[in-house]
Each structure stands twice: as C-alpha cells, then as structure tokens.
Write a protein that binds this ligand. Structure first.
Ligand SMILES: [Zn+2]
Length: 715
C-alpha cells in the first residue's frame, strides 16, 4: 500500500545524475579513461557493473569527465548541419551519455546502499555541478529547436507510434524544463536548479544524521513485551555502537514501529515516538524547517518563470491525474471516510485502555500498542504468530514462483562470482524465459539493513531494457532493511514487510517485462508506476503461495487455515490509522505546492493545515514535514505522494478483475493481458488508455473503498 519508499529508476534525460566541468586538462583526460567507474561493463549478460572495483576516490573525477563527454555528444547533436530528424536528434540523444549512465549506477549505490561521510563530501561538491550539467542539456537552445522541428513536422507527417510518443514526451519535458524561456529566464532557471540540488542534499543528509545519531538505549529490565528476535537485533545494534550489554532502539521505522507496537514501557514508547517524529526538527544545525522554506520558494519561483500559478499545476500536467484538483478530489473523498474510521478505532482502543485501568487517553505513542491489543481482542490475530510462518528465504522462493506462473520467468542463482556485488550480503539471480530459456536479465537482492543504507525498501535498475540497437537486457534490484540474523538464525518477516517485499518485486517485474524500443519510454509515470507494484502484493495471500511457501520456520507446517482466515478478516483492520497517516502527508504535500510559499512557515503551516483538515490528535503524518524525504530530498515525489492512492484505485480495481476471472489470480488469459497492456509497454502507451485496454473501462473508486472497509460513495 503506502508504506513503501521506492525509487524506480526514471530514464528521463534530466534524471541522469551528474554534470559538466570545463577545466579538465589533457593528462586528466587520460587518467579518466582508466577510471574503473567509467570502464565498459564486462563479464556475462552483455556486461555487468564492476561493483567490486568501486572506490570513492574515483567518483568525482569519473563524474566530471562523464558529464563533459555527454555534453560534447549533446552539442554535436545540437550543431549537426543536417536537417533535424528523429534519427539524428532524438535517437542520437538516446545513444549519448553512456559514461554518465555507468557512473550514475555507482553513484546510486553510494547514495542509497553504502553512504558514508566521504561520499557525502563528494556529493556536496558534485550536486551543483550536476544541476548545471542538466540545465546545459535542458536549456540547449539549438537542441530544443531541433526537437521542436521534429515535433512540428510530426504533426503533419506522424511518425511510427513509439517514435511519435518519444517525440511528444520529450518535447513536453523540454518545454516543462524551461526550453522556451528567454536568455535571462534560462539563466535564473539554471541558478534555481543548482541551489535546489544543494538544498535537497542538505535535507536528506540532515534526516540521515538524525536517524544515525539519535539512538535510545535500553537496559535489560526495559525489554517488556518485546520479541526474542527484536531483543537479539537490538542487542547487536547496541554492540555495533560500542554499547555492549545494552539494547539499541535505532531511529528508523523498522526499529520504531515494532517497539511502539509491543513495548510495555509506556514512557519509553513516548520517548522513542518523539525521537522518531522529530527527525529534522530539533532546532539544531540539522534542522530542516528553514531548508523546506527555501525549497518551496525556489520551486515556486521556477514555475512562475514558466507562467504557472504553482508547482503542483506545473508538475501534474504529464501525470495520470493531470491537475491538482483531480488528485485533491480523490484524496478528500477518502479522507472523510478515513476520519470516521479513526473515531471508531480510537473508541475501541480507549475501551481496552479503560478496562485495564491504564489511566490514559489514547495518544499517538499509544496507537500502535493498543491497536495491536485490539487486533488480538477483535480478530484474535497475533502478529508474532504470523511471523513464524513468513521466513525470508521462503518468501524469496514465493516471489519467484509468482513470477514463473504469471510472467513465465525463471530465476537461477548465480553463485560462481561472475556477477560482482557491492556487499557480501547481496545475492544475484539470472532471469530467463521459462519456455525458451532466453536471457531476460539479472536480479540483485540487497536484503539487510546496515549503517549508511537508506531506510525502507526500494527497487532500482542498473540497466533498462531497450531494443533500438539490438536487445539490451535488464539489470534490476530490490533493496530492503531486514535485520541481519545471527549465523544459522532465520529472518522472520511481519505481514506488512512481506507485502512490501512483494511490492518491490512488482517494480522489478515491471522492469524485466519491458519491451519498449527506446529507453526514453521505459521511464515511469509517477502516479501510475506504483500500480504494478501494489498489484503484485495481492499474490501474497493466494492459496498457491500460502500452501507452498508460508511455512513455520521450525516445523515446516503450512500456515493454518484459521490463521489465514484471521489475516483476511483483519485486512481492513486499522485502515483508519493507515489511511489517515498517509493521506495527511499526501494532502500536506499538495497544500505546500498550491500555496504561495512567501506565506509559509513550515512549523506553523503544518499545524494550521492539519487543524483545518480536522486531523485527529491521536495520529501524526506518516512523514512529518522536516523529514518528508519523498518531497524534499529531491523532486521525484514532490506533489506526487498522492500517487500511491491514485495507483491504489487502479490496484483494487484490477485485483477485482483477477478475483472474478475463471482462473482467479493465476488466470492465464488475464495474466497475458496484464503483461501486454500494463507491464510491458511501460510509458509507450498513455496509462489511462493502457488501463482501458486491460479492463474494458476506466477504474472506479468503488473497489478501493471496499478493500479498505469504507462505505462506497453513492453516485
Ligand atoms: Zn513502490
């Protein structure tokens, strides 16, 4: 659903990380040529990244050189004396930038999987240069004129469908990024982007600082209610931090959430809650409130240069929602139902607290604890009991099984060391077609949490599919933050995390099933790209997966039918909380970007807006403003957080199609349509059109409301 923090790789040219440096000397060029981060990928499967040769000392040089080379290629295209055509302009752009593509992959690993103070130092140097480099492409006047000519010519002489879509989307992207501005406007536009890129780094580094540096240590007599596995990992986490004999509750969701759910130490629950929800908000050198103000002002100024009222209007024009009103309308409909549900949930929890004479009113730091009690009382469902049947290796086999049945993919472990990895915990598989044996790609899985790794779970691709110049196969990855077990121990996964595991694999399947000719069409549409991954979560609770893979980690016994029935019955449980904490963030995201930022003081604004929305005092935003990384550590999810809900409307609607199909969730005919229209084309077909081809009609909100146990609106 909405608990994920994903970063599917976008292939838009402005998304490529990194920039230009003009003072490179000749002998530096020669060194750069030998830089391992720039080297052509060698080894099997059309070459794989040399993750075993990564050295942070090479990053700055490699990046600067790659930016320079890419800009030379772009200039050659822009200044081509021949009349502009699809081939000599747009296709040529697709072919350019291979050095940047390679170095960006390594940069992404350092940024997300293996961050360090050394990396952050280089990143701070490179960010403004990268922003400048991107501006040099997006604002290259001669280049844009060529794209415009091809675009205008195609109005009278349409190109083949895929080429036409590349032209339409690229023209729009350039226009949205300031290509039509005059010289002065372009200059300011580029300056703004440069400033923003530094602010995004500051924002995310501040959050990471507060995640790494605020740790709550417990003594042995403070472990009441916690599971053995949680205690073991807290003990290991304390040892890792030089506090042997203590137990560390780290400041991440994967530590905070189970602690608040199970700990019987009321005061400590409040402390851990406050610590977590104060990330970036501690009135110190790492406070993000002023950073947010500056980001909002710069974003606003930038879209005003382009003639838009606000950032949201500008941003949503190429999304499925098209405009902020459509997104707000959906959110407000669900919000009302969600608030009504919270009231019921709180009343039920308060009754439990009163019955045990706890002497409390339900506060945010009590919510998870009493929700768990309510879950046990009302549904007799014990999350810890569920976990015993959800073991990580079995879950991994389960996703491969689903991929085999639906997508006809086969996953074979690669254990001969021919595919280098950046950490010993990372595992790799070759993906092939089950029938023909044809090579499809390589799947990397980085399952465990470590210092310097971003929290949450996400999917990315190191190389995307393309076919304009021979078949280029996919290198895709999933990344999670499970606590690494002691040798010989099992990783037991909560039901939520199991759904997330399926979710991220849905992104991977979306990568692997791509059949676009041009890489440009492999990019995701933000409010659509969570749909494929959310849909895949639905296969976790199919009988086929349960009977084969959800087995007790000790006895091997299949999850009992009564337990499954309880899980299904409890599916709508706590939806008030889940929907409200998510929607509060999504609504705030939209409010921030539809309001004049001159009037915004984030601390005040958050409070005022939430009060206007009647935000229940027992719940906080899932991501409060000063650590809302989706929105402020970059632009990927700015005015796009609603996209999870937008995509979930499609998810519920599509899942009903499977539930109603003769073969259920493994119906071959419907699976074939799913792949043909909703997975393989990526952005080669307009998403609304693609969905209609799959379903025979547009999606409606009804299935989503049913799934969450909310009343279906009367038309
Ligand atoms: Zn996702």
């Amino acid at each position: 659903m909405v608990r994920k923090y994903t970063l599917p790789l976008c292939l838009g040219i402005f998304v490529i990380l990194l920039t230009a440096c003009s003072d490179t000397k000749k002998n530096e060029n020669e060194t750069a040529m030998n830089n391992p981060l720039l080297a052509e990928w060698t080894g099997p499967f059309g070459g794989v990244p040399a993750f075993d040769k990564m050295n942070i000392a090479d990053l700055q040089e490699a990046t600067e050189y790659a930016m320079e080379k890419h800009l030379e290629e772009i200039n050659a295209i822009a200044n081509n004396p021949e009349a502009p055509t699809f081939e000599n302009t747009l296709l040529a752009m697709e072919k350019a930038g291979s050095l940047m593509n390679r170095v960006s992959v390594y940069n992404g690993i350092w940024s997300s999987n293996m961050s360090s103070p050394e990396f952050r130092e280089v990143q701070n140097i490179l960010s403004p240069k990268l922003a400048e480099y991107r501006s040099k492409i997006s604002q290259n006047e001669a280049l844009f004129q060529r794209i415009k000519t091809v675009y205008e010519n195609s109005k009278t002489n349409p190109l083949p469908a895929e080429q036409q879509r590349v032209v339409d989307l690229m023209y729009q992207e350039f226009e949205m990024n300031g290509a039509n501005l005059d010289a002065e406007g372009k200059k300011r536009y580029a300056e703004i982007n440069k400033e923003l890129s530094s602010l995004y780094n500051t924002f995310s580094n501040n959050v990471l600082h507060d995640e790494e540096n605020y740790v709550t240590y417990l003594d042995e007599n403070q472990l009441g209610g916690l599971s053995d596995s949680f205690i073991a990992s807290a003990k290991a986490a304390a040892e890792e931090r030089g506090q042997a004999g203590k137990y560390a509750i780290t400041n991440t969701r994967s530590s905070m959430d189970p602690f608040l759910t199970y700990s019987t130490e009321r005061d400590l629950r409040e402390k851990v809650w406050r610590t977590y929800y104060s990330r970036g908000d501690n009135n110190d050198a790492y406070d993000n409130n002023e950073v947010v103000s500056q980001i909002l002002k710069l974003r606003h100024e930038r879209v005003q240069l382009l003639g838009y009222d606000n950032f949201a209007d500008w941003r949503l024009q190429d999304r499925m929602a098209k405009n902020p009103d459509n997104a707000m309308q959906l959110m407000e409909t669900v919000w009302e139902a969600s608030l009504a549900r919270v009231e019921e949930e709180v009343a039920e929890m308060q009754a439990i607290a009163d019955a045990e004479r706890a002497g409390i009113a339900i506060a945010p730091w009590h919510y998870r604890f009493y929700a768990e009690k309510l879950r046990r009382a009302k549904y007799d469902l014990d999350s810890d009991e569920v976990k015993q049947y959800v073991e990580l290796n079995n879950l991994t086999d389960a996703i491969f099984y689903v991929a085999g049945e639906l997508f006809n993919f086969n996953f074979t472990p690669i254990t001969d060391g021919s595919v280098p990895v950046f950490h010993e915990d990372v595992k790799v598989w070759e993906v092939t077609d089950r029938t023909s044996g044809e090579h499809i790609g390589v799947f990397y899985l980085d399952p465990y949490a470590r210092t310097g790794k971003r929290s949450g779970a996400w999917a990315t691709q190191y190389r995307s599919y393309a076919n304009y110049d021979g078949k280029r196969t996919v290198l895709g990855s999933n990344n999670s933050n499970f606590v690494k077990p002691a040798p010989g121990e099992s990783v037991l996964v909560s039901w939520d995390d199991a759904e997330t595991f399926f979710h991220e694999f849905g992104h991977a399947l979306h990568f692997f099933s791509s059949n676009v000719t041009y890489p440009y069409l492999g990019g995701g549409v933000r409010d659509y790209t969570e749909f494929q991954s959310q849909l895949l979560e639905r296969w976790l609770i199919t009988d086929e997966v349960i009977n084969r893979y959800l087995k007790h980690y000790k006895t091997g016994e299949v999850m009992p039918q009564e337990l499954i029935a309880k899980i299904k019955k409890a599916a709508t449980f706590n939806q008030g909380f889940a929907t409200t904490e998510f929607l509060a963030s999504a609504l705030m995201d939209m409010k921030y970007h539809t309001t004049d930022p001159a009037t915004i003081n984030p601390k005040e604004f958050e409070k005022e807006m939430l009060a206007q929305l009647n935000m229940p005092e027992e719940i906080v935003m899932r991501h409060r403003t000063p650590h809302f990384s989706h929105v402020f550590s970059g632009e990927g999810y700015a005015t796009a957080y609603y996209g999870y809900l937008w995509a979930d409307v499609l998810t519920s609607d599509a899942a009903e199609a499977f539930a109603e199909a003769p073969g259920g969730f493994y119906d071959k005919e419907l699976a074939a349509k799913l792949i043909k229209y909703l997975f393989s084309p990526r952005n080669a077909i307009d998403p609304s059109e693609a969905y209609r081809l799959f379903r025979g009609r547009d999606a409606t909100i009804d299935a989503l409301m049913r799934d969450r146990g909310f009343p279906v609106p009367v038309k």
